[in-house]
Design a protein around this ligand. Structure first.
Ligand code: NAD
Length: 310
């Protein structure tokens, strides 16, 4: 088996690459390196099965063609993921996320590739119940809208062309290799601030909740999603536990007194509550999260600490 991981130099993507290599799958990465942390793929060079990086844009069909040579499965993670940037300049985000996905779908249609499309919980509206895959979708930002448009395109391709695809919707993923300069990367942002002795800036009152999923669990779920049992399905990956941003800040600050509330930079695109129901992934893939939030935070803190020490 061989796979292409688009966005494979990014935070979740490089863990997907590692998981695939661990399972003996040959892997190539397609990434334009627009947001990848430097050195994110270094650990894989020389590993058996690692086919290297094709540097290119998923919105460019020629780059995608090069990346796809000889592979049978595509894990599509490449995306412009900055919610704030999407509010201030939607066009770039739509190009990468919608046109990029269209190209991947076209390639899958014409060559019969198996596709795992990585979507997001951001397509859902805030809900009082844990969100399952039937929950109402209501994107609150151009980023979320572009991801939902990509999901809908994939669903249309499945109906029209019988594409063998699975849509995976991870909730809030955190862990080593995440960048700390995005709101979605709140764990990375708080940890970097805490390690540098800076204030942990909570946007708004911090009552908004998130379902935090450790990146190893997310990557395992993304790879598992290529199973035949999941063809044509949409699957949430979540822990079923919610933590407010205020609680998260307190956990990371651990009494140091550096937590500060600041005005939300774009309150109109904020979602009050994300809590996922991953019963379908459990049923179809036997997937369940293994890493608790305290353990995942400790592992992530240790990773950021060694980075700061270098
Ligand atoms: N981080 C989360 O909490 C989370 C949660 C749910 C879903 N997701 C989804 O998971 C995927 C990966 O997100 P991430 O958090 O790892 O973000 P990331 O920014 O770390 O990774 C995205 C990667 O895609 C690359 N990329 C961006 N535009 C590209 C383009 N046009 N062509 C080729 N490569 C391009 C970037 O350089 C980066 O390496 C995205 O599809 C995102 O929507 C993320």
């Amino acid at each position: 088996m061989s796979a292409l991981v688009t966005g494979g130099a990014g935070f979740i993507g490089r863990h997907v690459v590692g998981e695939l290599l661990d399972r003996g799958v040959a892997v190539r990465v397609l990434d334009d390196l627009s947001r990848a942390r430097s050195g994110s793929l270094d650990a894989f060079s020389g590993r058996p099965g690692y086919l290297g990086l094709t540097q290119g844009d998923v919105a460019d069909p020629a780059a995608l063609r090069d990346g796809l040579m000889g592979v049978d499965t595509v894990y599509h993670l490449a995306a412009a993921v900055d919610v704030g940037a999407s509010v201030h300049g939607p066009a770039q985000v739509v190009r990468a996320n919608v046109l990029g996905t269209l190209n991947v779908l076209e390639a899958a249609r014409t060559t019969g590739l198996r596709l795992v499309l990585v979507s997001t919980c951001h397509v859902y509206a805030s809900a009082s119940q844990p969100l399952d895959e039937h929950a109402v979708t209501a994107p609150a930002s151009p980023y979320a809208a572009s991801k939902l448009a990509a999901d809908d395109l994939a669903a249309g391709y499945r109906r029209a062309f019988g594409l063998r695809q699975t849509i995976v919707r991870p909730f809030n993923v955190y862990g080593p290799w995440q960048r700390g300069d995005l709101e979605g990367g709140v764990v990375a942002r708080f940890l970097q601030a805490a390690l540098a002795g800076r204030a942990l800036q909570v946007h708004g009152d911090g009552a908004q909740t998130r379902d935090f999923l450790f990146v190893d669990d997310a990557a395992r779920g993304v790879v598992d999603a290529a199973a035949e049992t999941a063809v044509g399905r949409t699957l949430n990956l979540a822990t079923g536990r919610e933590t407010s941003i205020r609680e998260l800040a307190a956990l990371i600050d651990d009494g140091a007194g550096y937590v500060r509330q600041v005005p939300h930079p774009h309150p109109q695109a904020e979602v009050e509550r994300y809590l996922g129901n991953a019963a379908r992934a459990r049923e179809l893939l036997d997937w369940r999260p293994r890493v608790t939030l305290p353990e995942g935070l400790a592992r992530t803190r240790a990773w950021f600490a060694q980075l700061a020490d270098r």
